[in-house]
Ligand binder design. Structure first.
Ligand SMILES: [Cu+2]
Length: 172
């Protein structure tokens, strides 16, 4: 004789396997469809800029979404995004500036300042200069101190003058 609890567990188990088998025979294509859907999702989210989330936009000085081309001046555009989903600790913000012909441009000075809009200046780093990698990619480590809404402000300078400023808001 099984103790009552164990028998109940076995009954539950049999019930579950029965349901699964029934589902399988009744909808033989269900799992295939689910699999294809999964693959589609993976394909979509593994495009460049996979870690991009849509930002909150309050005004025209805000960037709606990372991973997309942003016009910088008549001859240049840039693409930006974190190297991974923003999380507590340090994440790297990447910026690539392209000339019209598609080549990297590294003649700008790019600065970034991160802060929490709900706690102004509590975690602000102030303007920090991006470094430029050998591949011509601008990189800046960004410290994320707590979960919540964050804002990253970009400043692009040419010949010592700010030529473009915009902010990107994201959630951690
Ligand atoms: Cu905070």
């Amino acid at each position: 004789m099984y103790p009552r609890g164990r028998r109940n567990l076995e009954q539950v188990h049999i019930f579950l396997s029965g349901t699964q088998m029934k589902k399988h025979s009744a909808f033989p294509t269900a799992s295939i469809v689910a699999g294809v859907l999964c693959l589609t999702l993976i394909t979509v989210t593994s495009l460049p800029g996979a870690y991009c989330q849509t930002g909150e936009v309050e005004n025209s000085k805000m960037l709606p979404k990372c991973g997309e081309r942003v016009p910088l001046d008549p001859d240049h555009y840039f693409v930006y995004g974190f190297d991974e989903a923003p999380k507590l600790g340090t994440v790297i913000m990447k910026v690539e500036i392209f000339a019209r012909n598609g080549s990297h441009d590294t003649t700008f000075v790019v600065k970034g300042d991160v802060d929490m809009p709900s706690m102004r200046r509590a975690h602000s780093t102030g303007d920090k200069k991006f470094s430029v990698s050998k591949k011509g990619i601008y990189l800046l480590p960004v410290p994320i101190a707590m979960p919540g809404g964050w804002e990253f402000k970009f400043t692009f300078e040419k010949n010592g003058k700010a030529v473009f400023q915009a902010a990107y808001r994201f959630e951690v």
